[in-house]
Design a protein around this ligand. Sequence first.
Ligand code: GLY
Length: 360
Amino acid sequence: MTTGGVIAVHIGAGYHSPTKEGDYKRLCKVACAKGIDMLQSSASSLVTLVSVMKILEDDPLTNAGSGSNLTLHGTVECDASIMDGKGRMFGAVGALQGIKNPIEAANCLLGEQLKGKLSMGRVPPCFLVSNGARQFARDHGIKEALPGTMTTENALKSYKKYKRQLSECSVNHEAPSAKKRQEESCLLMDTVGAICLDTNGNISSAVSSGGIVLKHPGRVGHAAMFGCGCWSENVKDDKVGIACSTTGCGEQIMRTNLAQKCCQNVQAKDNPIEAVQETFTQDFKSSQLLCNDSEKLGGALLVSYDQNNAELVWAHTTESMCFGYMSTRDKSPKVKMSRLPSGSKCGESLCLGGCLFKLS
Ligand code: GLY
């Protein structure tokens, strides 16, 4: 099947400063334009996806790759995962240090599984963490980062600010007010992700994150977890093809299996926007699994498609979410900074929308 291709990228749901809005949008544009160039030259979904993700990881603006949030010990530990809708294979790395593009390590794990069993019939891994993940990346020739080069000035500045607040809290034995906690939880998280539908009708998705600032070393978030950070299934029989990349509070997204859940609901219903709205309302915001959490912070970018059309849906409960998209029929990428309308509440209100692409 040869159809039109689509690329969609996000640079996270969280809080995006209005003063940097132009830079965020430019980055989404550059990533989409690169993806469409590649798809127009017949690159595959996975190859295009990894190139686009590397652009997002390499930009110091994003909390992924270089520029990642720092852990409690001031180190960079990255999570990333990728899923291929054709073979439904998945590769992921968690709490990975010292590798310039974590998505390359995740993709390499995916690729190695496609080669089949290891010697003596051993099962190839789909998810590696920490030193084991780093060793795997080295053994497969994936580029290492020079010491210190993944820590940006901005990441260090935020780290110092929050570390100082943390020690003041411990000295005063004071819990921050609910309002302050809510504002800060929107500030501290974001992630990058992308979805790519190639001109042969194969879809894939990915996500990459430096996690939450001051996270415990060794903490792994949704960006590395199966069914949580990304999900992809090619169109098959009477089911639409689908892919999703999520962003927000890793722990909440993990407990609600958000990426897979959104995809299952879209496949079960006729209207993708209504299906994502229902997932966020019933399976995330009102989920019994999150009943102890006062604010629910999540975002998702999703593409569904059949032989003729594709539909993009975005949704977030955070202050803002920035994303871009383009099809091989479009002249230029579209980018959007979606912000909760005034009067709505971060962690409670839901903002969502969508758009259609003609494929044939
Ligand atoms: N959104 C980043 C994380 O929770 O890991």
